[in-house]
Design a protein around this ligand. Structure first.
Ligand code: ZN
Length: 253
């Protein structure tokens, strides 16, 4: 049960996760207005004007006469830099992900959560259904309004939404474990990468032909899906990382 459905909206989930930080210039209205960004009714707002530099008006539910934003949307728009990080967002907090082969992160918003590169796979295989969450990864250099475009996961749905910046990827829950196993084997292989996307089989003399035969029934189910390259590149750990972990090498040194 979700007792506050606003938490299904990314900005409101963030605002709750950070325990409703007060904002300078926050006003109380005598009657509620609809926030032009999220479209949710609010009794409080912060003055906001579309500046000429603001190019993301398509984010808004309402495009004209924008005078106020709800505190959650105002807060989110104002922290575009602090949100340009990989994170897990849920009602308990904003957990900035720091992988164990990365240097220490300093964050202004939320708390650092140190995890292995296997964390993303493990999380998706056991993702919570009782609370809303957003999983955000970033591959672009420039900060964008990525959280506002993210989709909030909640309940037991067929699809897990994971964002790469402003692009949310819809990953199917069914068959995910076998897809992950399969992609790990491709990543550790020496010559099967092209067959991730190729419909044609390798030649019988290919030294990994047997492995391809094993993986192809799974690969063929996902081959032309939009999420395949994202899962392969961003969710499956880097090959070097997996090999060194198996050898027990401490990746910090
Ligand atoms: Zn709003």
């Amino acid at each position: 049960m979700l007792n506050d459905t606003r938490l299904l909206t990314p900005s409101h989930l963030l605002y709750r996760a950070l325990q409703y930080p007060a904002i300078n210039g926050q006003e109380k209205f005598s009657e509620p207005i609809l926030c032009p960004l999220c479209g949710i009714e609010t009794w409080e707002g912060v003055k906001w004007k579309v500046t000429p530099r603001f190019s993301d008006l398509d984010l808004f539910a309402e495009k004209e006469n924008i005078k106020f934003l709800c505190p959650a949307c105002y807060f989110t728009l104002n922290h575009i830099l602090d949100l340009h990080k990989p994170y897990l967002l849920n009602p308990e907090g904003l957990h900035i992900l720091q992988f164990d082969d990365q240097t220490e992160k300093k964050v202004k918003l939320g708390k650092v959560k140190k995890v292995s590169r296997y964390y993303l796979m493990d999380f998706l295989l056991n993702s919570p259904t009782h609370e809303p969450w957003v999983l955000m990864l970033q591959s672009k250099m420039n900060p964008q309004h990525s959280l506002i475009r993210a989709k909030v996961n909640f309940g037991y749905s067929d699809t897990l939404w994971v964002s790469d910046g402003t692009t949310p990827h819809a990953i199917p829950r069914e068959g995910l474990e076998s897809l992950f196993d399969c992609l790990i084997k491709v990543k550790k292989s020496t010559g099967l990468y092209p067959y991730l996307y190729l419909d044609e089989p390798p030649r019988k003399e290919h030294k990994e032909y047997e492995l391809w035969l094993e993986l192809e029934p799974i690969l063929s189910k996902h081959r032309h899906a939009h999420y395949l390259s994202f899962v392969y590149e961003r969710i499956i750990p880097p090959e070097k990382y997996m090999v060194e972990k198996e050898k027990g090498v401490d990746l910090h040194d």
